[in-house]
Design a protein around this ligand. Structure first.
Ligand SMILES: C[S@@+](CC[C@H](N)C(=O)[O-])C[C@H]1O[C@@H](n2cnc3c(N)ncnc32)[C@H](O)[C@@H]1O
Length: 323
């Protein structure tokens, strides 16, 4: 693919293609710990789990961005399912890939009336999808989706407060009715540089490896330059000392390795792992150079979804703004 004449936004939009995530691969337990109740939040949409987690925590206004339009369809399906289904049915329908009711057409019939006004095209898409599939199991799932549940199964539930129990799920349903959620098909970094970061909570985790690989094709130092612009936009935004920005989520990487600069000296088990370790190291160095000292929270790894292996994942973030 040539990147010569296109902008970075369209590079990302044009290159992020393929199967959407049905559930997160991250341990999103960090969201309520780092920001118990954000008023105004910005996040990558991905599977939608971080949006639901934020709405459950009481966030009123959320902007969610994704470069892959398929994620918008998945989000609409999951939101309609939450509005339509009781707790157990929701879990059977979307979270138990080895169960008999996973992606069940019968359950979908009950979800269908709950798509929102303006989601006609999406509901028709899902009607065709559920009409066409013959078997509702992990094989069907893998034809269209990726990520999350085939790796984590029930573990996903443990990291997500909104589906921890029926009471929490009921609270999410109530909060969803009042929340304002705006979805944008865009490159998250470009979006923030253009529009500023006037949020209590910004979460761009788990896109930087991909971003690094995309922009590396455009020439040297573009990655560094864009992260510098992002840091400038963060510093220029409204002064809110309690805001938090999650910059990345590194799978299988411990806090001590980041702090001691030893990621690259780890003995990699595969070429893929050693390539990723190098990119993680470059990302961490670039973030430190632009955002200053970074905070790191370790969380237990839930999904064995990446070649970088380790019991803990690291959430890298900054808080507050300079006075
Ligand atoms: C690995 S997922 C993680 C998302 C989220 N944190 C979650 O737990 O579901 C990555 C998502 O980010 C999207 N993405 C990757 N690079 C992006 C970018 N620069 N801007 C917006 N979305 C991007 C992909 O399309 C994908 O849906």
């Amino acid at each position: 693919m040539s990147f010569k004449n296109s902008t970075l936004v369209s590079d990302i939009k044009n290159t992020v293609v393929g199967k959407p995530y049905l559930a997160t691969t991250q341990n999103l337990g960090y969201i309520p710990k780092l920001c118990p109740a954000p008023e105004k939040a910005f996040t990558i949409l991905g599977s939608g789990d971080s949006v639901f987690q934020l709405v459950y925590s009481g966030a009123k206004r959320i902007e969610a961005v994704d470069a892959n339009e398929e994620q918008f369809r998945v989000f609409s399906l999951r939101r309609a399912a939450i509005m339509a289904l009781e707790y157990k049915d929701f879990c059977d329908f979307l979270l138990r890939p080895y169960g008999k009711k996973f992606l069940s057409r019968g359950i979908f019939e009950r979800v269908l009336p709950h798509f929102q006004f303006g989601e006609n095209e999406t509901s028709l898409f899902w009607k065709d999808f559920f009409g066409a599939i013959k078997i509702t199991d992990i094989v069907t799932y893998k034809c269209f989706f990726r990520g999350g549940i085939e790796f984590c199964g029930n573990e996903t539930k443990k990291s997500l407060a909104y589906i921890e129990n029926p009471k929490a799920y009921k609270q999410l349903k109530a909060n969803l009715k009042a929340a304002s959620i705006r979805l944008h098909h865009d490159d998250a970094i470009d979006f923030l540089i253009r529009n500023g970061l006037d949020y209590d909570w910004v979460d761009i985790s788990n896109i930087l490896i991909y971003y690094y690989q995309c922009v590396a094709n455009r020439g040297p130092d573009i990655f560094e330059k864009n992260l510098r612009r992002l840091a400038e936009a963060w510093n220029d935004s409204a002064n809110n000392p309690s805001s938090t920005m999650v910059l990345d989520y590194m799978f299988g990487i411990g806090k001590h390795e980041l702090e001691n600069g030893t990621i690259k000296s780890r003995t990699a088990r595969s070429i893929c792992e050693s390539g990723l370790l190098e990119i993680y190291d470059r990302i961490f160095t670039t973030l430190t150079a632009n955002f200053g000292r970074l905070k790191i929270m370790e969380v237990r790894e839930l999904a064995d979804a990446m070649p970088t292996k380790g019991p803990m994942d690291s959430v890298i973030y900054v808080t507050g703004r300079p006075l």
